[in-house]
Design a protein around this ligand. Sequence first.
Ligand code: AMP
Ligand code: ZN
Length: 407
Amino acid sequence: MIAIKGTGRFLLKNCRIWQRRVSNRPIQSRKGYKVLAIETSCDDTCVSVLDRLSTNTAPTVLANLKDTLDSIDEGGIIPTKAHIHHQARIGPLTERALTESNAREEIDLICVTRGPGMPGSLSGGLDFAKGLAVAWNKPLVGVHHMLGHLLIPRMATNGKVPQFPFVSLLVSGGHTTFVLSRAINDHEILCDSIDIAVGDSLDKCGRELGFKGTMIAREMENFINQDINDQDLALKLEMPSPLKYNPSRRNMLSFSFSAFITALRTNLVKLGKTQVHELPEYEIRSIAYQVQESIFDHIINKLKHVLKSQPEKFENVHEFVCSGGVSSNQRLRTKLETELGTLNSASFSNFHYPPLDLCSDNSIMIGWAGIEIWESLGLVSDLDMCPIRQWPLNDLLNVDGWRKGQL
Ligand code: AMP
Ligand code: ZN
C-alpha cells in the first residue's frame, strides 16, 4: 500500500495492478520523454505532442492542433453538439499530430483533461486517451483543466517563470477564480464567481452589441482598440458594481458578472439605442469600451478587497499570474499592473501571462501540467478514472484515481 498526500486527507491505493501494467523503463531514467496531450473540456478539440528533452528547458512543441466547434449560429455551446464534435475530431487530429511530430512510436506519457467541464465533452478525450494508454501500455495523467491554465506560464522559455508561492487570476469563458498556490498540489481559492464567468459575460454583452464569432470578447477588444479616441464620447452608460452596494454582500469575497448584460440592455433602452446595427461605429465603440471597463473594474475592486482583507497571506507572494482566454486582453493586463502593482497590503513585482496563443484553451497546457504532476509528485491516473464536472482546484488530489507511478 502507498499513501498519496492530498491537500486535506490521505488517499490509500493498492498499486499492484498499476505496477503490472507499467512494464516499460521508468520515464525519468531516460534522457528525455515525449508526451501526447489531449484537451476536450468544452468546445475545442485540442491535441499536441511535446518533447521533454530535459528538465532544465521548456519542452519542444512538436505538434499543436485545435479544432473548435462552430457555434456561431446557435449563439452558445450546445453540449450534445460539443460531444459529437469531439467524437468526430479527436481521431483525425491525433492522427495528424502523431504524423506531424513523427512521434507515433515514441509517446511515453499521455496527459488528458479529466475535469472540470462538460462530462460529454470530457469523455470524448478521456475515453480516447484511455484507449491509447492501453494499446501502447503507457501511463496516463488525468489533468485538472484550471491547473493547466495556472501552470502554463511556468513553461516559459525565457527563464522568468513564476515560482511558488504565487497568485493567479484565472479568467476564461467558464471560470473566474483568484487562487493562491503554494505548491503544485496546494491551492487556496480566494475569490470565485457566484454566477457566470467573466468571458461569458463579455461574450454575451458583445453579442448584444452585434459582434459575432467564437471569441466575441476578442472581437470586441480589437474593435475597441481600433480607435481609442471614441472612448471619451458623451454617450455615458450607467454600469453596475456588483456586490458593492448591498450591505449584506459588500464584503463577499466573490465575483459576479451576470448583472452586466441586463445593465447593458437597460442602458440601450434608456439611450434609445436598441437598434445597434443602425448605430455609427464610434457609438458602438464607446459603449463596448464602457462595458469592458466596468467588467474589469469589478475584477480589480474585488482583487483589492481580497488582498486588503487578508494581507498576512501575501507577505511572501510577489508573483502574479493571469491566465485563461480573457488574459490576452491588453486593457486587463494594464489595469492589473497599474492598480495592483503597488498596494500596501501586497506587492507584486512580476506579472506573468501565457503567450497569446496559449491564453485560451489548448492541450499544451494540459501536457505541461501533466509533466509537472508526473515530475514533482510522481503521480499518474488509474484507467477507471471518470470525467469530473465540478472539481475545485483545492481538491486536486482529493478525488479517486491517483496512484504513484514509477520514477
Ligand atoms: P477559454 O475559456 O480559456 O478558452 O477562453 C475563452 C474566453 O476568452 C471567451 O469568453 C473569449 O471571448 C475570451 N477572450 C479571448 N480573447 C479575449 C480578449 N482579447 N479579451 C477578452 N476576452 C477574450
Ligand atoms: Zn479554459
